[in-house]
Design a protein around this ligand. Sequence first.
Ligand code: SF4
Length: 109
Amino acid sequence: MNTRRQFIKSTLGIGSLALGSALLLSRCKSKKKTSSASCNDVSGVSKEEQEKRKKLGYVAVTPVADSKCSTCKLYLPPAQTGDCGHCALFKGPVEAGGYCTYFAPLSEE
Ligand code: SF4
């Protein structure tokens, strides 16, 4: 009689532990995916928009120290930390430290 109760208790305990671990792992995976998202991945962007990107001379790392997307009027900052920003001129992810030939400084009016 005692062994049946013990079996049920231990089974429920292991089940709860397994469920808790699975939930914890799934949360860790989703956070990791968000924070390591590549802002250079244009696989979901149309060829036309990719061409626009190229024509504007977009590069992920600015060659001009004081001019970068994060200080540009046309930059659309990420909605959440770890996401990529965007540009008002073309679709697709943009690095905060990127640059293109249409750079328009925030301070200029
Ligand atoms: S216009 Fe150029 S520099 Fe400005 S946010 Fe867009 S890509 Fe970056």
